[in-house]
Design a binder for this molecule. Structure first.
Ligand SMILES: [Zn+2]
Length: 319
């Protein structure tokens, strides 16, 4: 007999079928023992991958949403900047006309340009608050002689406060980067002076997102430049800068024993009697100036003065 046949109850199974069944059973066992765990791992990985993909997709959607919001706020900021610039140019146009009317005797208004040198200081924030309260605009001539930290509050960087001055509509002027008027300093040659101006411009630009300091104040005043003044002025003009001294010295830098609030007040108020348009020199670090300022503003306002920020087109600014 070529084939053996066995009888298992009523079903007769051939030896070949049995062998095949045994093979299949082995295959199933082998698959269960070796293959399924492998695929189970792959399936787990696949599920994890799918979850990752879903997560990545939702993160991308969120990123796109926040990018769109960012683009919108950049757009709004640009619009605000343009509005601000438009408003400033209108204010400056009006200010130039007022200056002209005053000098021609057509207006009984008077103008006081408050200028504060050597900032930024922490005290600058107090001046900003005071000017906001009194609705006064001023000009701050900034230097980086003290480094990037506020001299009177060393945990605040100087560059972080620059935008505050612009936000309130004040003018930021250029008081040179080094403020070094000693021998070998910025008055030693024209190049040194211009470099100190450009460095301060770069610093201001970075701190404000592109503000151009158009008005320079010489540390110590133009008199400090001596015989180099003409050459420095030519270079400033060439680079598109203007410059300004002052017509009234408040006296706040005359030394700690003499510079007190009442002296500062009387210096400014007595000089104002002879000047319908004046540029007053103050210093941002001076506490007596901060103390004297409310009375100075009140009294000058009472005599018809308005308080404006300096602008390159002002007749008080040299070009
Ligand atoms: Zn100075």
């Amino acid at each position: 007999m070529a084939e053996t046949e066995r009888s298992t109850g009523r079903i007769k199974v051939s030896g070949k079928v049995l062998a095949a069944a045994a093979l299949i059973a082995c295959a199933i066992i082998a698959a269960t023992v070796f293959v399924v765990p492998k695929f189970a791992g792959t399936f787990k990985e696949y599920r994890a991958l799918r979850a990752d993909l879903k997560k990545a997709q939702s993160e991308q959607a969120a990123a796109e949403k926040s990018n769109a919001a960012l683009a919108q706020s950049v757009k709004e900021m640009t619009r605000m900047k343009t509005d601000c610039e438009k408003l400033s140019s209108q204010v400056f146009e009006l200010a130039a006309k007022t200056e002209k009317d005053i000098t021609e005797g057509k207006s009984n208004k008077k103008i006081c340009y408050i200028t504060l040198d050597d900032g930024p200081y922490r005290r600058g924030q107090d001046f900003l608050e005071l000017f906001r309260k009194y609705d006064v605009k001023a000009t701050f001539f900034m230097t980086t002689a003290n480094g990037d930290m506020l001299p009177d509050q060393a945990d605040i960087s100087a560059s972080s406060v620059y935008p505050d001055y612009l936000r309130f509509g004040h003018t930021i002027g250029n008081h040179t980067y080094s403020h070094d008027y000693g021998s070998g300093g910025l008055y030693s040659d024209t190049g040194a002076f211009m470099q100190a101006v450009e460095e301060q411009q770069d610093f201001t630009e970075k701190a404000t997102g592109g503000y151009k300091t158009q008005i320079v104040r010489f540390p110590g005043g133009t008199g400090m430049a001596g015989s180099r003044l003409g050459a420095i002025e030519d270079s400033l003009r060439e680079e598109g800068y203007t410059w300004v001294d002052w017509t009234v010295d408040s006296g706040d830098s005359w030394g700690s024993d003499t510079a007190n609030a009442s002296l500062i007040k009387s210096n400014v108020l007595s000089a104002s009697k002879e000047q319908d348009i004046m540029v007053v020199l103050f210093h941002e670090w001076s506490e007596p100036t901060l103390e004297a300022m409310p009375d100075i503003i009140d009294t000058l306002r009472g005599s018809g003065y308005i308080f404006l920020p300096l602008f390159p087109g002002s007749m008080m600014v040299s070009k």
